[in-house]
Design a protein around this ligand. Structure first.
Ligand code: BGC
Length: 768
């Protein structure tokens, strides 16, 4: 396997510029703060392979759908988070020669993502065709303290000459998305202003009227002293900048420090943006670059205190888990309940930055355990707020009642237009219901049900009620024509996972209704009235629960992925020629659909969610049947398998799959990191450690652990927040130490034995 980056516990390091892999590196080294994100593009011009990407969370465009064959019910548009003003740009010339790493001789190149302190830096020497050599050091970050602020320090030292260096800091709003359906640009200019040392650009999306105002200010420093330089202004459509020239002597370092504020109409009125932006920028400028950077380091230190996982004895695994946690914390902070988590975060354009079932199925547990409960709650409320749209979506598809949440969305409307995904991957509705269960099970916040949860659960249940049909032949309820989580089969009947999650949703909804009825009677009456819920509906749900059809294979003793699964030629992944993997890059789609190969956990996804309802032998039989047929070509796959393998004491398998999820992007395992990193599966990586190796679960309102340590590791430790307690778990070869770092006492179960841990005390248990 190709090695892309150096191993280091806290840094991602690239020590050679590899133009053919530049897009991969640009994704990996991305920086973000939940509010905005930036790929690791170079500040100076670059004519080699690059995907310039600056993204503002929640600023999207309804790009007109493009499909080969229109089908009724298709969404009108495909939403995409917009590539926005390129705010990092600094053109560089040396005695009139433009710096472009594609055209210079580059040596000592190093790009480092410092995860501990949250910044990106790059150093190199470049030699021009004239023979002149310069050393460049560039460092930048987007602040997690002042969310609108990004700052860059870019220094040049002439190594073998004295001459003229020019810097051209700019803001470029003339950008486009590479995935624009009709090659359209989505921004238009509203106003701009250029002055000495500063400029601003106000642009607006051509539809939906999102405004973005980017403002910059800069200083040029020689020997750390600000220097006065000649300034020229330049402006084009959607583009503003300055050029400054500085005369420097051999070995004399000159630096430009660029401060940028990005403010948007999501937070302020369009006509206030310039004024607000100027204030925010001035405040950051007054603080100065070094202070901003120090603040950044301190704020990251705080984040790490709660979310770090420490692995001793395996630097590759250590680096990987930190990379995953770092990217998750860069993508979503939970402060804004209008936002969600795009599968690629801010690291690329694939998946359009939209919300998928990934959030509920994979991300919720990470935020539940590493942040205040309001963060995960905000993710649930995001869906609650989109309930009306989910009902509209169901009507569009011809359902009389209920809600079908979209598979892909920005504002609650479905915006994905591959028919099998839009119309058939209805299992996503189940994950949204499951997330409510998961949240309440973890936090104990049962009030959520009457406040928001039941509205969603009842409407989802109504959808399932209408979507099932009674088969006179089977005397059972069936669900026909679906695509399960395994997208390598379409339009199948009775996908076990979909049938199971549908009927589980009905069960949970009834249980939740009973709870509210018994505990908040007057709220219950109000809710029933508001929802117009009738006894007959509940009776019908019970009938569906009792008579749902589940395909099984008696011979293997497994649940069947779908009615026709065993008709397929049964081959195992180990018998494939490795050159044919990943299948989606080597086989025709038709061949994939006919094969038995599984893209990602499907039956096993259901057994993961509903582990508490199945015995180990059932899980084992299904795991042993399905895993060898699974190609894990969705990033969401290895983590679920790793957790189940851990549960089944298949420790080597659990570790192998952990490495695959943890280093998926760092090792470009599926050969697709150039599209950006797999952010949502990173939460799955975290789950593999905490739920898999740590065996963490919440049972009967109690935190339970069942840890084991992968043989390569000396120890690993993680922290979880649970109902007001911060618990640290350190698993070593010989013992398990659990510390209660909070003011409350707690009772927990470890390997099925109860332990009390008083506030600020710890216990040590023999690992056996
Ligand atoms: C997976 C889906 C997932 C999507 C976004 C696809 O490859 O099959 O389950 O929702 O990626 O991560």
């Amino acid at each position: 396997m190709k090695k892309y980056f150096e191993l280091d516990p806290w840094n991602i390091i690239q020590n050679k510029l590899e133009p053919e892999d530049n897009r991969v590196a640009e994704g990996i080294f991305s920086i973000g703060n939940g509010y905005m994100g930036q790929r690791a593009n170079f500040e100076e011009d670059y004519s080699g392979e690059t995907l310039q990407g600056s993204y503002m969370a929640g600023i999207y465009y309804p790009d007109k759908t493009r499909v080969g064959w229109w089908k009724n019910g298709y969404p009108e548009y495909f939403a995409k988070v917009l590539n926005s003003t390129n705010w990092i740009g600094i053109g560089v010339e040396v005695d009139g020669d433009k710096l472009d790493l594609e055209k210079c001789k580059v040596e000592n190149f190093e790009r480092v993502l410092n995860m501990k302190q949250g910044y990106l830096c790059r150093t190199f020497t470049a030699e021009f065709s004239s023979g002149k050599r310069i050393k460049v050091e560039a460092k930048r970050f987007v602040s997690i303290v002042n969310k609108e602020i990004g700052a860059i320090k870019y220094s040049i030292t002439p190594l073998n000459f004295s001459g003229m260096i020019s810097f051209s800091p700019y803001l470029d709003g003339d950008v486009k998305n590479t995935d624009s359906n009709y090659d359209e640009k989505f921004w238009s200019e509203v106003s701009k202003k250029t002055e000495d040392g500063q400029a601003l650009l106000l642009i607006k999306t051509k539809k939906l009227d999102f405004y973005l105002c980017s403002l910059m200010k800069y200083d040029v420093l020689k020997q750390a002293e600000k220097c006065k330089c000649n300034v020229e202004h330049f402006e084009k459509e959607k583009f503003v900048g300055n050029t400054v020239e500085v005369r420097v002597k051999e070995n004399e370092k000159v630096a430009i420090v660029k401060y940028v504020a990005n403010v948007t109409s999501r937070d302020f009125k369009p006509n206030e943006l310039i004024e607000v932006g100027e204030k925010i920028l001035q405040k950051a400028y007054n603080k100065g670059y070094e202070n901003l950077l120090n603040e950044q380091a301190e704020a990251w230190e705080e984040k790490w205190k709660e979310s770090d996982i420490i692995i001793e004895g395996d630097v590759s695994a250590q680096q990987a888990i930190r990379f995953n946690i770092f990217q998750l914390n860069q993508t979503y902070t939970g402060e804004d309940d209008r936002l969600n988590i795009g599968p690629k975060g801010f690291t690329g354009e694939k998946y359009g930055g939209s919300t998928y079932w990934d959030t509920e199925a994979y991300c919720i547990p990470f935020y539940l355990a590493t942040a205040d409960k309001k963060i995960a709650r905000n993710l649930l409320i995001y869906r609650y707020k989109q309930l009306e749209k989910a009902k509209e979506n169901a009507r569009k598809l011809g359902f009389q009642k209920g809600a079908l949440y979209p598979m892909v969305t920005m504002n609650g409307e479905e915006c994905h237009n591959e028919w099998e995904i839009t119309f058939e991957e209805i299992h996503r509705n189940g994950a949204i219901a499951y997330a409510i269960y998961n949240y309440i099970n973890y936090t104990g916040d049962k009030l959520y049900l009457s406040e928001y949860g039941l509205d969603v659960l009842v409407e989802i249940s109504r959808f399932w009620e209408e979507r099932v049909n009674y088969s006179e032949e089977k005397h059972k309820y069936v669900i026909l024509g679906v695509t399960g989580p395994n997208e390598y089969e379409n339009n199948v009947n009775n996908n076990w996972y979909t049938n199971r999650i549908a009927s589980w949703t009905l069960e949970y909804t009834i249980e939740a209704l009973d709870y509210v009825k018994n505990n908040e009677t007057s709220k219950y009456e109000e809710l029933i009235k508001k929802l117009g819920l009738k006894e007959e509906e509940i009776a019908k749900w019970k009938d569906i629960i009792n008579n749902m059809y589940y395909p099984v294979d008696e011979g293997f003793g497994v649940f069947l992925q779908q009615d026709g699964y065993m008709d397929k030629e049964q081959i195992l992944v180990k018998d494939l020629d490795p050159k044919e993997l990943p299948l989606n890059q080597h086989w025709s789609w038709d061949r994939i659909l006919r094969s038995c190969f599984i893209k990602q956990a499907d039956v096993l996804q259901g057994l993961y969610f509903l582990q508490h309802l199945y015995d180990k032998d059932t899980i084992r039989r299904n795991f042993e049947f399905y895993e060898p047929r699974t190609v894990h070509e969705s990033s969401l796959s290895p983590c679920i398998h790793s957790i189940l393998a851990a549960k089944l004491n298949k420790e080597d398998k659990a570790y192998e799959l952990y490495l695959r999820t943890a280093r998926l992007d760092l090792d470009n395992y599926n050969n697709d990191t150039e599209d950006g990193c797999h952010i949502t599966s990173m939460a799955g990586t975290w789950m593999s450690v905490v739920e898999g190796f740590g065996g963490l679960k919440v049972k009967n309102n109690m935190l339970t652990l069942n840890p084991f340590i992968p043989s390569k590791w000396k120890s690993f430790s993680f922290k979880v927040m649970f109902r007001g307690c911060l618990i640290k778990v350190k698993v070593g070869k010989d013992n398990i130490k659990i510390s209660n770092e909070s003011k409350k006492d707690i009772k927990i179960l470890v390997k099925n034995k109860p332990y009390f841990i008083n506030s600020l005390k710890d216990i040590t248990i023999c690992a056996e």
